[in-house]
Design a protein around this ligand. Structure first.
Ligand SMILES: *[C@@H]1O[C@H](CO)[C@@H](O)[C@H](O)[C@H]1NC(C)=O
Length: 174
């Protein structure tokens, strides 16, 4: 009986309760965006804004760095054993030092975005929110967003495909 009561308690804890600080913060970050305001969007307005190196490195943009960072964070996901994925493990120096993660774009991304993380919104969720906003500010579609990513406490296993590698294993020839 006690066990049943405990289960019921957990079920209630998982249901949406208002106010919910985590969802309120995610909502605010995603939707309370006005042109010219501070916040995540101000770093990708206009879409070719670049923050690093005093903003002078023409041809690079925060938007591209953010999307690339999210990709390199996510691409370690191993569907078989459930490791890796979008968990902000790209913030670890060990991952950034790997040949599969070249360049200064990850540092640029994290220097802008990581500061938006709070006790309720993980860095991984912020990287995903940054990607949603960057794509939208650059004229792309609005990407559906779900929160709740948990930040890794250590680097993931390597596994980001390098530019010359195929995304999928070669198909058998007929
Ligand atoms: C994914 O995990 C499985 C089980 O641990 C392992 O056998 C496999 O090699 C991993 N795949 C990659 C691409 O690392």
């Amino acid at each position: 009986m006690f066990r049943l009561a405990l289960l019921a308690c957990f079920a209630t804890a998982n249901a949406y309760l208002w106010p919910n600080p985590a969802l309120d913060q995610v909502d605010s970050l995603l939707y309370e965006i006005l042109p010219g305001t501070t916040g995540i969007a101000s770093f990708v307005q206009p879409c070719n804004t670049f923050s690093a190196f005093g903003g002078t490195n023409s041809g690079r943009s925060n938007a591209a760095d953010w999307i690339r960072t999210a990709y390199h964070d996510m691409a370690t996901h191993n569907i078989t054993d459930g490791t890796g994925g979008m968990d902000a493990s790209i913030r670890f120096a060990e991952e950034q030092a790997r040949l599969e993660n070249p360049g200064t774009g990850f540092g640029n991304t994290l220097s802008v975005l990581a500061g938006f993380s709070t006790r309720y919104v993980s860095i991984a969720d912020i990287l995903a929110i940054g990607t949603v906003i960057a794509v939208e500010e650059c004229g792309g579609p609005q990407i559906p967003f779900r929160d709740g990513r948990v930040d890794a406490t250590e680097p993931n296993f390597p596994g980001v495909p390098e530019p010359e590698q195929p995304l999928l294993p070669a198909l058998p020839s007929c």
